[in-house]
Ligand binder design. Structure first.
Ligand code: PLP
Ligand code: 3DJ
Length: 423
């Protein structure tokens, strides 16, 4: 019998992996000897699909040959280009195509959504976020409060972990809502927390929020393409995400917005507007009063950058082919294997703060090594192991099912073991 902790065992898992051929579809960075890096940073910037260049080239070619006529005559006409992304994106987040749109970037979309869904009245003035929300989310929320002349010190509430713990408990969220009865207007939660990797029960959170009269928004930066958020069924009011992490669409690429179908026809909802959100039939008549497109498209402002969208289109084609069910299945196996090998290093020297239950996390494990500091992360990088360090003391490791292998995981743990010596 092969030992789990052996290269042979890992290679065997790769041979049996139904998704193994997808690794070939990505550019994996290599060292000077053409050895592939051990890349575990798809939670920050996903790797480039080989089909991306071809997709972008098509649009460059059409622009060169057609100029402005490309809006209608390009192989993929630019005028409706964002629509080509909606079906695949909707499947990934568990939504109806009319509930999603690709536009802007994450933080911009968060602001636009808060303009619509953070409504205040005399009593309801507060927003709840996770105490360890990603900084950009916190800054965005603080600035929205200030925009409404509300002091964040009084109106920003934090859902905190218990003393000595990292993960959040739903009972504590409920107590927080009870303690601030009728005061909370919006709950904004990271669907998968960037630091711990905790994947929240979105349906449960939404039910809690709605029961207390609050709207619920989800930041899916670390969730999209990683877990299955089932946005429509969860009944969340809105969600926002980026596409440069697990959706592999390139640095600074566009974000996404989900607005639940129940708001599709609501033209009274406050929003910031632009011409791309206007009724497509009359957009070019000009001089029309604003008439929002029904659904998420009605939140668009500008005509979108086609070159970035071409990269997203390339990546979504892969997701569409594989499907989130198969991706999630491999993800649980791959991260489960990583967890097993890491725990063998000894719980007295290493600790995983991500949830133990695979249903409550995505692919990322957040690891603490006793007495280690950022130097350890540097040592790993020097050996072409790409992870990231998040202050104060966590190494985030995200094996991505589309391009990481069980062998990558095995090799990572071997190197970690060697470099941990001395801490
Ligand atoms: C949870 C979360 N929110 C917000 C951001 C900021 O995204 P962007 O720079 O695309 O607005 C990120 C990533 O950078 C993130 O992980
Ligand atoms: N987008 C990034 C960038 O351009 C530079 C550095 C980091 C990022 C990230 O996306 C960080 C990521 N959101 C995180 O969870 O830490």
């Amino acid at each position: 019998m092969k030992l789990k902790n052996s290269l042979d065992f890992a290679r065997n898992l790769d041979r049996e992996d139904p998704l193994r051929r997808y690794r070939e579809k990505f550019h994996i960075p290599t060292d000077n000897n053409d050895m592939p890096w051990l890349y575990f940073c798809g939670n920050s910037l996903g790797l480039q699909p080989k089909s991306t260049a071809e997709n972008i080239q098509q649009e460059l070619k059409d622009w060169a040959n057609l100029g402005v006529e490309g809006h209608f005559e390009a192989k993929n006409p630019w005028m409706p280009y964002h629509e080509f992304l909606s079906d695949a994106m909707a499947k990934i987040v568990g939504a109806k195509p009319t509930e999603v749109v690709v536009m802007n970037t994450l933080t911009t979309n968060l602001h636009l959504a808060m303009v619509s869904f953070f409504e205040t009245n005399e009593n309801r003035t507060k927003i709840i976020i996770e105490s360890d929300a990603f900084p950009s989310d916190r800054y965005a929320v603080e600035s929205q409060l200030k925009f409404h002349n509300l002091n964040p010190d009084d109106h920003l509430l934090e859902w905190k972990p218990r003393e000595g713990e990292e993960l959040l408990n739903y009972e504590d969220l409920e107590s927080l809502l009870d303690d601030h009865k009728d005061e909370v207007s919006l709950l904004l939660i990271g669907g998968v927390n960037y630091y711990t990797g905790q994947f929240f029960d979105l349906k449960r959170i939404t039910e809690l929020g709605h029961k207390h009269g609050a709207k619920v928004g989800i930041d899916l930066a670390h969730g999209v393409g990683n877990i299955q958020p089932e946005l429509h069924a969860s009944n969340v009011d809105f969600a926002v995400w980026c596409t440069y992490k697990y959706l592999n669409s390139g640095p600074g690429s566009l974000g996404g917005l989900f607005v639940h179908e129940k708001y599709a026809k609501n033209k009274e909802l406050k929003r910031l507007t632009g011409w791309w959100g206007h009724n497509k039939d009359t957009r070019f008549n000009m001089r029309q009063p604003f008439d929002p497109i029904e659904g998420a498209e009605g939140w668009q402002l500008s005509n979108p950058p086609i070159l970035s969208m071409a990269a997203i289109k390339a990546s979504l084609a892969i997701f569409n082919e594989v499907g989130m069910v198969a991706i999630r299945k491999k993800s649980k196996d791959l991260t489960g294997y990583l967890e097993e090998l890491v725990l063998e290093l000894g719980e007295n020297v290493i600790r995983i703060i991500s949830p133990k239950n695979a249903e409550e996390r995505g692919c990322q494990l957040s690891i603490q090594v006793k007495n280690a500091n950022k130097e350890l992360h540097k040592k790993l990088s020097n050996r072409n192991v790409i992870t990231d360090w998040r202050e104060p003391d966590v190494i985030r490791v995200a094996p991505v099912p589309l391009y990481n292998s069980f062998e990558d995981v095995f090799r990572f743990v071997q190197i970690l073991k060697e470099e941990m010596n001395g801490y």
